[in-house]
Design a protein around this ligand. Structure first.
Ligand code: GDP
Length: 364
């Protein structure tokens, strides 16, 4: 049928024939749509080839809260497992301001340029959920490193409990190793429980300290010092050098009071400047010496096995807890029980027992 405006009788402007449109105007849009619809095998192929974009997408799946994503993520992790385990995993902690980002930038550049390593930098920051902005989340904190092809920097997963966040980071380590990263840093703020989680997924635990703040323990709990395989005093530059050396000798003395570590390794204390990049080589010589030492005495493998066992129980605990607390009937009943306990109408123990009984009934 002829368009009325194209009728020869029509006095107005004619309608021209339109230009043929390609089926897709923006070819990238199609790419974008394809996101998350890879099969687990396609993800794994991409990861094994070292494709950073696919690796990032797989990490996003690991971090996702959606059930279908988690299932896919688990499949990917399972398939990646045979290709993992060969990296050196280093935990890095220190109070805010200790110089973690500056140091990681310097350490990373040293490892990439001088040691020909490929480095993944991950983080565990349990505060990020509360503050809605992770302290350890900003890539630009590591300016030089973030421009390197051989570095993969990923901020802390933000959602959920510390256990949940830590488990996701541990799973991300697996994906990074499969993608060819032979060195993995896991960074955390040295003020809470997160060090224990980091300690349970790394081979070497490095504690960054500062000099000259009076209290040399600087809010770092003794337990954290006890976990450290190496303590490094940062900002040993300018007129701070002597103070840093003094702090180092105080740390050495403090370490003597701790019992011998299970690894048989005596933690070393070094000074350096992350900003001026001095003393960096010595730190990594120490880490590599430690790795040789524990590989020779069998502790390296022993610790990794122990960590696997730990994470099995952690995962079970997480699973049970989230199933329980996310059950709608349990959620409602918990509110009621909470009030009864607050009003002393029922004891905490009786309330807990009734909740568990209700839960057991729910599962039948
Ligand atoms: P983070 O909070 O532990 O990540 O610490 P940052 O890396 O952000 O560093 C905190 C502050 O200390 C920044 O102003 C840095 O420039 C400074 N800083 C870090 N490393 C050094 C160092 O080696 N020497 C000196 N003088 N300052 C440093």
């Amino acid at each position: 049928m002829i368009h009325p405006e194209n009728d020869p009788q029509y006095k107005g402007l004619a309608v021209n024939q339109g230009v043929d449109q390609p089926p897709v105007i923006n070819p990238y849009l199609r790419e974008r749509k394809r996101r998350n619809i890879y099969t687990s095998t396609e993800y794994v192929e991409g990861i094994l080839k070292g494709n950073i974009s696919i690796l990032s997408q797989a990490v996003t799946l690991v971090e996702s809260q959606k059930v279908e994503h988690l299932q896919l993520a688990q499949e990917i992790i399972e398939k990646c497992l045979p290709y993992t385990g060969k990296s050196i995993r280093v935990g890095i902690t220190g109070v805010p301001g200790a110089g973690k980002s500056t140091s990681i930038d310097a350490f990373g550049m040293y490892l990439i340029k001088e040691c020909r390593k490929k480095l993944a930098v991950l983080a565990i920051d349990p505060s990020s959920e509360r503050s809605k902005g992770s302290i350890l989340g900003d890539k630009t904190r590591m300016e030089e490193l973030s421009r390197e092809q051989d570095a993969f920097i990923r901020p802390s997963p933000s959602a959920g409990s510390l256990g949940g966040v830590a488990r996701k980071t541990r799973e991300t380590i697996i994906l990074c190793e499969a993608a060819g990263f032979d060195t993995v840093f896991v960074e955390t703020v040295g003020v809470g429980q997160s060090e224990t989680a980091v300690h349970s997924m790394v081979d070497f635990f490095l504690l960054i300290q500062l000099a000259g703040t009076g209290d040399e323990l600087q809010g770092i709990k003794r337990g954290i010092m006890e976990m450290a395989d190496g303590i490094v005093v940062n900002k040993a530059d300018g007129n701070n050098i002597e103070k840093a050396k003094l702090a180092a000798s105080q740390f050495r003395n403090a370490l003597h009071l701790f019992p011998m570590a299970q690894s048989g390794w005596s933690p070393e204390v070094l000074t350096y400047s992350g900003y001026y990049k001095t003393g960096i080589k010595e730190i990594w010589d120490m880490v590599f010496e430690y790795i040789d030492f524990v590989k020779n005495n069998g502790y390296f493998q022993y610790k990794r096995n122990d960590q696997s066992k730990y994470w099995m129980y952690e995962s079970i605990n997480e699973y049970l807890k989230s199933n329980f607390y996310n059950d709608p009937v349990i959620e409602d009943e918990l509110k009621i029980k909470e009030q009864l306990v607050l009003n002393s109408r029922i004891s905490s123990f009786a309330a807990a027992k009734e909740m568990i009984e209700l839960w057991n009934g729910r599962k039948k």
